[in-house]
Each structure stands twice: as C-alpha cells, then as structure tokens.
Design a protein around this ligand. Sequence first.
Ligand code: APR
Ligand code: PHB
Length: 407
Amino acid sequence: MRTQVGIIGAGPAGLMLSHLLHLEGIDSVVLETRSRAYVESRVRAGVLEHDTAQLLADTGVGARMRREGLVHTGLELRFEGVSRRIDLAALTSGRGITVYGQQEVVKDLIAARLAAGGEILFDVTDVELAGIDSDAPVIRFAHEGTIRELNCLVVAGCDGFHGVSRGSIPASARRTVEHTYPFSWLGVLAQAAPSAHELIYAQHERGFALHSMRSPEVTRLYLQVPNGTELSDWPTARIWDELHTRLATNDGFTLKEGPILEQGVTPMRSFVTEPMRYGQLFLAGDAAHIVPPTGAKGLNLAVADVRFLAEALTTWFRQGRGTGLDEYSARCLRRIWRVQHFSSWMTGLLHRPTDADEFSHRLQVAQLEYVTTSTAAATTLAENYVGLPLDWSSRVDTPATPAVPFA
Ligand code: APR
Ligand code: PHB
C-alpha cells in the first residue's frame, strides 16, 4: 500500500487531519486499532471551542453539530453557595462554545471520509513504524490476518496517549514535561434533563463538581475524587448525594436525577512531549500532550495541532517548501503551553487541594471573587475558555522551548 500521509489513530486528531488533507487534494490512509463501533461510542469530552465548531462547519462536517449541538454563550462559577455567570460572548466579542460529544465529531468525520472515498482501516494490530528518519517511512501492521506495509512520505502520529508513535522517537531525541495531580474525576452520564442551561463549575469544601450536558435529555456530571478511587466505592446513591451537596446554592438549586448510563474514573495529568517532530514523523493531539480536563481543552488542542500540520503539509506537497513543517512543533507548543497554563489554573481555582487549609481556601475564594467581578480577570478566563484565535501567538517571538532545559 502507498499513500502520501500515513495517519495512525482515528480519534479527532487523525480523522480531522485526513479530512483537511483531502480538501487540499492530499491522500492519506488512517489506521486504527479499535473497531468503528468502539470509536463511535466512546464517551469523551464534549465542549467545542468557537473556532473548532467553526472549522467543522466551514469544512462541510458541521451540519449535524449545528442541528444537535448546544451553543452556550456563558458558564456558571459556583462557590460559597452562590452562582456567578461568566458572560463568555460579552467578554469575547460574541464568541462561545458548542456542547457536542467528541464521539459525535468522530462519527461525522468518519462518515465524511468514507463518503469521499477515504481509506480508514479499523481493527488493525501490531502497528510499527520504520524509517521515520528517512524520506521513505513505512508503517507495518496486521489487518484481517495479514501483515501489511503502508509506504508513505510522512507519518502523522495521532494515536493518543497510549499509542506507539511517541515511543518510536528515540528517547535521546525527545523530552517530556509532566505533572500529575493528586485527584481524579469520577464522571457519570445520566438520562436526565440538564438542571441548568449552562455548564456549572463548582468549588466546594468537599471538592470540585461539574454540571455539563450532552443533549436536552442527557446530563454529564463530574466529581473530584482521590486518586485510586474505585467505582465500587461509589454506589449510585452516594454519587447523587455528593453531587447534590457540592452543587447546592443558598437559593435552592435543584439537581435533576436520572438513570446512570455510564460512569468512569479518570486521573488528571499535564504532559507535553517536545519536540513534536522526528524526521518524517509528526505527533498531534494526545500522542504529544495531555491537559487536565477542567478547561475542556483536549479535543480542541488536538484540532489546533492538525490545522497547523495540514497547512504545513499542503505547502510542502504543493510547493516543496518545508519551512512550515520545520516550524510545526514550535508553533504547536506555544499554544499547548498556553493551554497547559489555563487548564492547570482552572484546576487550581476549583479543586480542593489535598493539603487544604483555611489559608488555601481563602485564597481560592478571593480568586473566584475576583474572576467573577473584575472584567479584566473574567476576560482572561473567557478568552481562553472559548479558545484563543489560531494565530494568537504570532505576536510572540520567544522560543517555546527554553534554551536551557530543566534537569
Ligand atoms: N495504532 C493505531 N491506532 C491507535 C494505536 C495504534 N498503535 N494506539 C491507539 N490508537 C487509536 C486509539 O484507539 C484512538 O482511537 O488512536 C486514537 C487516538 O484518539 P484519541 O485518544 O481520541 O486522541 P486524539 O485524536 O489526539 O484526540 C484528543 O482525545 O483524550 C481525548 O478527550 C481527549 O478530546 C481529547 C482527544
Ligand atoms: C464534558 O461535558 O464532558 C466536559 C465539560 C467541561 C469540561 C470537561 C468536560 O471542563
């Protein structure tokens, strides 16, 4: 088999890259270890930044999102029994977010690729990269009982945090910067109408809670829990009790309950691999970086990476100029570190630290008061939350990687 760009992974990064390249007349083949049914039903994030939603619409894969997605122009921050609204649209010249599940984006992209004659091989195994430091990389894999080879000019490693791409870069040619948080999120999907029109991020002495949604009939809720938490410790009644307590307000907010459709515990980490290129291998999305979910940025960051990559590849294939590919990693990393900071800041603003004391509590409340009353502070939250424009960092000319790395 032969193609221009071999893409490993059919998550949002790999599929969106394949779609964007197709629109530029560039061929790709996507290899995915899971089945189509699995990737189309896996419950993940659900918040699209303004420009992510716009990209789906502008590139012809936004029709269902426009029909079924929920456009939000604000969010609530809840603390000390009160709820304060951040008017995202007013603070960002009309920008907002669209609530639309990641697996719906995945479904729409798969349908578009297949309708356009695109090739996605599901259920592949034993994926291996060879020759990525040459101009003729090869991806070896097994599919339907046969060992196969995909010859390409470029490999895009879009295979998520647990994929093989990142590890194919020699350890001496990459470094990682990592932080783990002392808590996780217990997430539930409930067959219940949302209890508010917008997302509610709640800081509470018992820990963070989040009210989100997927549709007018389905609510998505999260609770901060200690690392190592087992689902068996959280029977349904305990989950609802804790959500009621943490989301309560002085004026009697009512949380609507319903049957739990799905639940899981996710650890929180910040992780960045630098650089995101080795020879002809380019990493994108979770394969290169992870952010804690508090800012709802994972999917959006993956999409921003592949926009840069598609643009650079288009220039390379059309005009033979490789400067965009040379700048790919640094360009992505500027946005990634901005988003790492925002996600970590949102996490600190809302979660109960493990060593919580009166002092840390007072600081958190002071910060929440400030963010919800100062236009300058609220704008910082809002512009990051709805997503900074793709070119925001063109004003920055400092290198994203410090010249002297920390040991
Ligand atoms: N070969 C081929 N495919 C692989 C391999 C492999 N060796 N390993 C993993 N994959 C597949 C996974 O099954 C998954 O479908 O790669 C895909 C990676 O997709 P995501 O994990 O969704 O990552 P990405 O596309 O970067 O999207 C980032 O994902 O972590 C979530 O919610 C987060 O929104 C964020 C988004
Ligand atoms: C979600 O709906 O899954 C969601 C929303 C906001 C977040 C994280 C997750 O910050």
